[in-house]
Design a protein around this ligand. Structure first.
Ligand code: TPP
Length: 398
């Protein structure tokens, strides 16, 4: 074969590229492997003691508050499934078994930080101060719902609590969180964004766009990947050929850390460290939180069709709530009597909210034209007026 000048150049260029001698354009940065930690961060040891080097040293009151929220979210989850089965709400997607990943991380967020949820994080929103009534109103889609029944249940939002809106298409919140963090960085605001998603979402375009952007622009973002074993019926083992989900961070030049996601103190500690890194200008961190989805994907799913009971039973023995309770009991911070009081109070509070939500009116038909334009354009005004005069207006609103 004759070698023309152009093929000669191409061969030389390829060799130089492979040898890493192709100039600055191909040199991305220092070796990246130290960026990932495979051994999961753990604080509460199996024997009930705490690793002194990793104790986040929370006050007794704060520990009890976190545990109480984990119990409350579980009670809410169980009751909402019953309400769905009774036909009183249309849908629920919850956090059964994943409470530590959500409460531990949200608890580490500072007031100025922003949370971008997936769809299992109502506990984080309650922890940040949204009244339970507002969440329940969203579940019923009544006139008091912040999104006025325009969304499915469990599509909550909480601007006053620095909490973005749930949006169903997988991964959308990741690019939102990174963009928000980038804007904050440009404005020199000391805030970090935290974004929740499942391990299945790491296969979405948005994950790759977001992670790349976060790496390139060093945005202060904490990627909270709840690796709960399943993306509806797809096991984590079939989701990716990577050894771990934390490894995915390395390709983008951001830090990846695996965490025991059923250890609420480990989640808290790892998130706090990631927030501090972001706040110091050191960029993003991806936390792979190892946990398990004990329930079906949502009330629309029957997991018995695709996974074995034995697998679920094995994870039930690692229940994050039971583990944390045992740890608190050993420290004299919790007992059966407190548990009973907490469960009764949580159930009563929820029942009162459900009763109020069921009594609230449905959103008015014309409310669908609100909240988008400061001033409604003429063609929408016409459509609205036609709608409220027409037959569909009957039975709407009170
Ligand atoms: C773009 C897009 N594709 C598919 C779906 C349907 N869907 C909803 S949840 C889900 C699985 C998500 O799994 P994962 O990211 O692991 O989160 P998990 O539900 O386990 O918390 C899928 C495929 C969707 N909502 N959006």
């Amino acid at each position: 074969m004759s070698v023309t000048p152009s093929t000669k150049n191409a061969v030389a260029a390829t060799a130089a590229h492979e040898n890493g001698k192709n100039g600055a354009a191909h040199v991305l940065g220092p070796a990246l492997s130290p960026l990932v930690t495979h051994e999961p961060v753990r604080v509460m040891r199996e024997d009930g003691t705490v690793d002194p080097a990793r104790d986040p040293k929370l006050s007794d009151d704060r520990l009890v508050e976190l545990y109480s929220m984990m119990v409350r979210t579980r009670i809410i989850d169980e009751r909402l499934v019953t309400l769905q089965r009774q036909g009183r709400i249309g849908f629920h997607i919850g956090s059964l078994g994943e409470e530590a990943t959500i409460i531990g991380s949200a608890a580490a967020a500072r007031p100025q930080d922003w949370i971008f949820p997936c769809y299992r994080e109502f506990g984080a929103l309650l922890l940040r101060g949204m009244p339970l009534q507002s969440y329940v109103d969203n579940m019923f889609g009544n006139a008091n719902d912040a999104v006025r029944g325009r969304q499915m249940p469990d599509h909550y939002t909480g601007k006053p609590y620095h909490f973005g809106s749930v949006s169903s298409p997988i991964g959308t919140q990741i690019t939102q969180a990174v963009g928000f963090a980038w804007a904050a960085k440009m404005k020199k605001d000391d805030l970090v964004t935290l974004v929740y998603f499942g391990e299945g979402a790491t296969s979405s375009n948005e994950f790759h766009n977001g992670a790349n952007f976060a790496g390139v622009f060093k945005t202060p973002t904490v990627f909270l990947c709840r690796n709960n074993g399943w993306a509806i019926s797809i096991p984590a083992s079939k989701q990716s050929a990577s050894q771990t989900f934390a490894d995915k961070a390395v390709a983008y030049g951001i830090r990846g850390v695996r965490v025991d996601g059923n250890d609420v103190l480990a989640v808290y500690l790892a998130t706090r460290e990631a927030i501090e890194r972001g706040s110091r200008g050191e960029g993003s961190t991806l936390l792979e939180l190892l946990t398990y989805r004990l329930s079906g994907h949502s009330t629309s799913d029957d997991p018995k069709a695709y996974r074995k009971d034995t697998e679920v039973e094995a994870w039930k023995s690692k229940d994050p709530n039971v583990r944390f309770r045992g740890w608190l009991e050993r420290r004299g911070l919790w007992n059966d009597e407190k548990q009973t009081r907490l469960e009764e109070a949580a159930a009563a509070e929820l029942q009162a909210c459900v009763q109020a939500a069921e009594k609230a009116p449905t959103p008015t038909l014309e409310s669908m034209f609100d909240d988008v334009y400061a001033e409604l354009p003429w063609h929408l005004r016409e459509q609205r007026d036609e709608l409220v005069r027409g037959p569909r207006a009957k039975g709407h609103g009170h």
